[in-house]
Design a protein around this ligand. Structure first.
Ligand code: ATP
Length: 359
């Protein structure tokens, strides 16, 4: 039976500093839920409040119907995988994984059976007598995961578990973690500052900044429909183009320099806005076509796509990625018109706080 986690009005203070002030979060049963945000935004702090390593200065933390605020760490039934794995160097794989069971005074036969089963799940049963010094980074990560899961916790927490691995192994291990989490079906809260990793593993993501949740959604929702310019620029790349919104005969139009397009907005009030265009949401036209006037400064051919760096006539830097590798490249110095894919772009208010697009 998987559990849900409900956090209501959470407050965290360190001395006089308030790090988290009134945070709400609901994490669903069996969900792979990721806290994503820049360094120092409070991800680890929140995770440590859930497991009980940090005190809670306000609000309520619940696992299903049980309030856990005052439940001691060892009674919360939560497993955790740390960034540095925290594996005991003087114990074999089997002893490391069995450590939590031994503390719980589980009978030897049952202990052996549970260790063997979890080592098979994480696919290191052939290494059970090995010492940690003779394991690769990925194997150590599997030991840490097995050790957290063997106690059959209700919740699994992971704090940047892949950051000590090289790039290739990181991609391999994130797939392993996702698969095991899916097979075990355990409610999981995962912390990372790596947006690609978050998109790859998560059912849903909470994007955090300065202790405040900016948006909760599936990877696709967050990428396609960011709540504000922080999310739009933190997850992937977005060009933010200042523009003017007006309503003509009931249709909202947005004008960037001398380029006007019709876009469905949630407001009919005329005003300054920011059009948020991802590099793949532009179409490069010749100057005979429509679009924002810009000059190609440089380009990088990447095989399946070409990455262009341009400057508009108002001096703004723009990045464009085209997968149209059949056409000739636009050389540096070429003047072009950048049209936008109106069914894909987002529009924010001038402060970047609210997404105004209506779709
Ligand atoms: P990172 O990705 O770098 O680990 P994070 O998002 O996990 O960042 P936290 O470690 O949660 O960030 O830190 C959030 C804020 O709380 C930071 O400003 C940090 O300096 C502060 N902080 C964390 N732990 C303590 C502590 N024990 N005492 C005082 N301040 C702390």
């Amino acid at each position: 039976m998987s559990v849900e986690i409900n956090i209501t009005d959470a407050v965290k203070k360190f001395g006089n500093d308030t790090i988290i002030n009134g945070l709400d979060l609901n994490i669903r049963p069996s969900e792979f839920f990721t806290l994503l945000g820049p360094s120092g935004c409070g991800k680890t702090t929140l995770l440590r409040m859930i497991i009980g390593f940090n005190s809670i200065e306000g609000g309520e933390f619940k696992i299903d119907d049980q309030v856990i605020n005052n439940v001691p760490v060892n009674r919360r039934n939560i497993g955790m995988v740390f960034q540095n794995y925290a594996i005991f160097p003087n114990m074999s794989v089997k002893e490391n994984v069995g450590y939590g069971l031994k503390l719980r005074k589980i009978a030897k036969d049952e202990m052996d059976a549970r260790i063997n089963k979890i080592l098979e799940t994480v696919k290191i049963d052939h290494l059970k007598d090995r010492m940690p010094a003779k394991l690769s980074g990925g194997q150590q990560q599997r030991v840490a995961l097995a050790r957290a899961l063997v106690i059959e916790p209700a919740v699994l927490l992971m704090d940047e578990p892949l950051s000590n691995l090289d790039a290739k192994l990181r991609v391999e291990m994130r797939n392993v973690i996702k698969q095991i989490q899916h097979d075990v079906g355990i409610t999981t809260v995962y912390v990372t500052h790596d947006q690609e990793e978050a998109l790859a593993v998560s059912d849903r993501i909470a994007v955090m900044n300065h202790g405040v949740i900016q948006q909760v959604g599936t990877p696709r929702e967050i990428y396609r429909h960011p709540a504000n310019t922080f999310v739009a620029t933190f997850i992937g790349l977005s060009n933010l183009i200042p523009a003017r919104a007006t309503t003509v005969a009931g249709d909202t139009t947005v004008t960037m320099d001398d380029y006007t397009v019709q876009l469905p907005l949630r407001t009919t009030e005329p005003g300054d806005v920011l059009v948020s265009v991802r590099p793949e949401e532009f179409v490069i036209n010749s100057t005979d076509g429509t679009g924002l006037l810009a000059t190609v400064e440089s380009s990088v051919f990447l095989g399946t796509s070409t990455h262009y760096f341009l400057k508009t006539s108002t001096g703004q830097d723009i990045e464009v990625i085209t997968d149209d590798t059949d056409t000739d490249e636009f050389e540096a110095g070429t003047k072009v018109r950048l049209a936008i894919k109106t069914d894909r772009v987002n529009v924010f208010d001038a402060e970047g706080n609210t997404n105004l697009i209506a779709r």
